[in-house]
Ligand binder design. Structure first.
Ligand code: ZN
Length: 160
């Protein structure tokens, strides 16, 4: 497991926390991607709007295929004020409508995603797929997976 000071650790991200009205998977992914495009002001208010929830973010985490060791991509983990954890892809591009994140579209697309989500909040399932060895991993509960990544400040997450 790479810690923050590991030599090849993924780059730090600098958004430590933000406020969000919508804690759905799609909304958090869109807001994170906007932040990564440096449109900070759109990424989440720094002052708590009425009814908003605090979300705390980790640094980027390399996600690695447990079968062939390919680096699949990068995530960030979060802890939300209601008490659940989750993951979003650490990527500035976000254009896919929600259905693109669901398993059937991801599995059958010409270039299937390495990560997609099903559901929201503490029940969200994270689906991982390796483009090199074609391993499609059993869906993981994003809350439990992200809780470990968040609390242990992981910089690498091996999916097996
Ligand atoms: Zn693989």
């Amino acid at each position: 497991m790479n810690r923050a000071n590991a030599p090849n650790a993924p780059p730090r991200t600098y958004l430590r926390s933000s406020y969000h009205l919508d804690l759905g998977q799609e909304a958090l992914q869109r807001n994170w991607s906007l932040y990564r495009r440096r449109r900070h002001r759109e990424a989440g208010s720094r002052q708590r709007p009425a009814g908003a929830h605090l979300v705390e973010w980790t640094d980027a985490i390399d996600v690695v295929c447990g079968k062939c060791r390919k680096r699949l991509g990068r995530c960030v983990a979060f802890r939300s004020e209601p008490g659940f954890y989750g993951l979003v892809e650490d990527h500035p591009r976000w254009a896919a409508p929600l259905r693109m994140w669901l398993a059937p579209a991801g599995e059958t697309a010409a270039r299937p995603r390495w990560l997609w989500f099903e559901g929201d909040g503490p029940l969200a399932l994270a689906h991982f797929r390796c483009g090199r060895c074609r391993q499609a991993f059993a869906p993981r509960n994003a809350d439990r997976l992200a809780a470990t990544a968040f609390e242990d400040q992981l910089r690498e997450l091996v999916i097996s």
